[in-house]
Write a protein that binds this ligand. Structure first.
Ligand SMILES: Nc1ncnc2c1ncn2[C@@H]1O[C@H](COP(=O)(O)OP(=O)(O)O)[C@@H](O)[C@H]1O
Ligand SMILES: [Mg+2]
Length: 166
């Protein structure tokens, strides 16, 4: 896709639906690096992705476990969703502590909150998603920075017509 595309939601429910739509474009090996302050919607977006992958368990910020693992039914080769939160970890983290890189190569996709503190250790085909609050209450803007062209551009623009911003 073009290096940066921006999308807008105006409620928690819309962010869940947006995450579901994004999940349909995800393939094994993808690492989504979620950037944005507390309450931006990193976990909410991940909940939508999880739902879209058919995960029924409740997804919350894995602040204390560091990486939570959810089984996926193998759709499009995806067997696992990894959900990490590096907020308390900081940039001192080492690849071995996290093992996300190895796992995504074995059929996982990863959503990493605060992943920008240590992108070098994350591995995977990385797409950065910067989330910011908009001018209205409950408005959120999602900026997808896909420098390595991980998402299929045609697909993404078709699927995201509903939320797209120029
Ligand atoms: N458009 C929106 N998208 C996502 N969350 C929203 C939106 N509008 C309001 N919210 C609220 O913002 C908060 C987002 O929390 P959360 O996803 O846990 O943030 P983070 O993980 O980035 O700290 C929730 O309380 C949610 O209800
Ligand atoms: Mg969170």
């Amino acid at each position: 896709m073009n290096t940066t595309m921006s999308f807008r939601t105006t409620s928690l429910g819309e962010t869940h639906a947006f995450g579901e739509a994004v999940s349909e474009l995800m393939n094994p090996g993808m690492t989504i690096v979620l950037v944005g302050g507390l309450g931006a919607g990193k976990t909410a977006f991940t909940q939508g992705v999880a739902k879209g992958l058919g995960i029924e368990s409740r997804v919350t910020s894995p602040t204390f476990t560091m990486v939570a693992t959810y089984d996926v039914d193998g759709r499009r080769g995806i067997r696992t969703l990894l959900h990490a939160d590096l907020y308390r970890v900081g940039s001192g983290i080492e690849a071995d502590d996290l093992a996300i890189g190895e796992l995504v190569e074995e059929g996982a996709v990863a959503m990493v909150e605060w992943g920008d503190v240590a992108p070098d250790v994350l591995g995977g085909d990385q797409v950065f998603v910067h989330i910011e609050t908009g001018s209205e209450d409950d408005e959120r803007i999602f900026h997808f920075v896909d420098t390595d062209d991980i998402f299929n551009g045609g697909l993404i623009s078709a699927a995201f017509e509903r939320w797209g911003q120029s």
